[in-house]
Design a protein around this ligand. Structure first.
Ligand code: PBG
Length: 333
């Protein structure tokens, strides 16, 4: 490919002499439109509280969340992903709170969309915030039961769609759930509800701080999600997962975590050429944040990590740093 390009006719450093030149030939540009801010909203709670294992990220009551969303919008980020922190008293082994009409998530979505009609709201579909064992599905005969869980996920999805979520994001990794949810949405006239599938979600230790944030880690204990989330050893299987979800009706597919799985992001985008998102998960964020706060790494590593994820092929990135990076991008524009 570069067969004729020889030194000194070609000096690649010519295009690196100053930042204007570097910017002029830049292949990847991260903008606020590429960033999605996750936000934790806590039931029966007012204001905000720190999350011990997640620097700079808070849990909000719905009042606090509305203020925070105003700040997110001001930063230039237009898309949020809301995660509920459910009261212990409302958790049970079937996650039944998830399929109650007018539950906390439903009320929160309505309140957010009322005040911010233009914001794009992503709502997670999974039972783990609602189960007292912390799994994403219900347990029958000591196993997370695929088909029975799917029935609940359909119900949960319809409630989220009806509440006004623009995008429904099943993060549970049950087989067949995208097709079942899509059919139910069509049947109930939610023709424009977008399905963002956590298509290749790996069973990862990088989710630790998130599980603290939603209060599922102590419930989960030593139990693992490896009977439904993917093994980090596999790449071909990720392609199958993604292909199936696309065939079942996903509009957007997601890979998660992001930075340790850049090869998967690249492969998926290259193979299917449909909107592909990546989730820079809690552990990835915390790792960088902690090193920055200790002074071990320069704060620019956060931007570098996000650019890497975009360069690999992600069209948009869920990241806890969305608001902060978006503000930074604005200043530098
Ligand atoms: C679970 C869910 C998880 C995350 C998003 N949805 C964690 C898990 O699978 O246990 C992880 C996000 C993060 O670590 O930032 N439905």
């Amino acid at each position: 490919m570069f067969i004729d390009r020889k030194f000194p006719n070609t000096r690649l450093r010519r295009l690196r002499r100053n930042t204007n030149l570097i910017d002029l030939v830049s292949e990847t540009n991260l903008t606020s439109n590429d960033l999605i801010q996750p936000i934790f909203i806590k039931e029966n709670f007012k204001g905000s509280e720190v999350i011990e294992s997640m620097p700079n990220i808070l849990r909000y009551g719905i009042d606090g969340a509305l203020k925070e969303i105003e700040d997110i919008v001001l930063s230039g980020v237009n898309t949020i992903a809301v995660f509920p922190v459910i009261d212990k008293a409302n958790k049970d082994s079937n996650g039944s709170e998830a399929i109650k009409k007018d539950n906390f998530m439903s009320a929160s979505i309505q309140a957010i969309k009322k005040q911010f009609p233009d914001i794009l709201l992503i709502a997670d579909v999974a039972l783990d915030p609602y189960t007292d064992h912390g799994h994403d599905g219900i347990i029958i005969n000591e196993e997370v039961d695929n088909d029975e869980t799917c029935k609940l996920l359909i119900e949960q999805s319809l409630i989220l769609a009806e509440s006004g979520a623009d995008i429904i994001a099943p993060s549970d990794m049950m087989d067949g759930r995208i097709g079942l949810i899509r059919q139910a949405l069509e049947k109930n006239n939610f023709k424009n509800t977008i399905l963002l599938s956590y298509a290749a979600k790996f069973s990862s230790k990088f989710y630790g701080p998130f599980r603290d944030a939603v209060g599922s880690s102590s419930n989960l204990g030593n139990s693992s999600k490896s009977s439904y989330q993917m093994s980090s050893n596999n790449k071909q299987e990720a392609l199958q997962e993604v292909a199936m979800d696309i065939n079942e009706g996903a509009d957007i597919v997601m890979i998660k975590p992001a930075m340790p799985y850049l090869d998967i992001i690249h492969l998926v985008k290259d193979s299917f050429k449909i909107p592909t998102f990546a989730y820079q998960v809690s552990g990835e964020y915390c790792m960088l944040k902690l090193a920055i706060s200790e002074g071990w790494l320069d704060q620019e590593v956060m931007l570098e990590s996000l650019v890497s994820i975009k360069r690999a092929g992600a069209d948009a990135i869920l990241t806890y740093a969305a608001k902060e990076i978006s503000k930074e991008i604005k200043i530098n524009e």
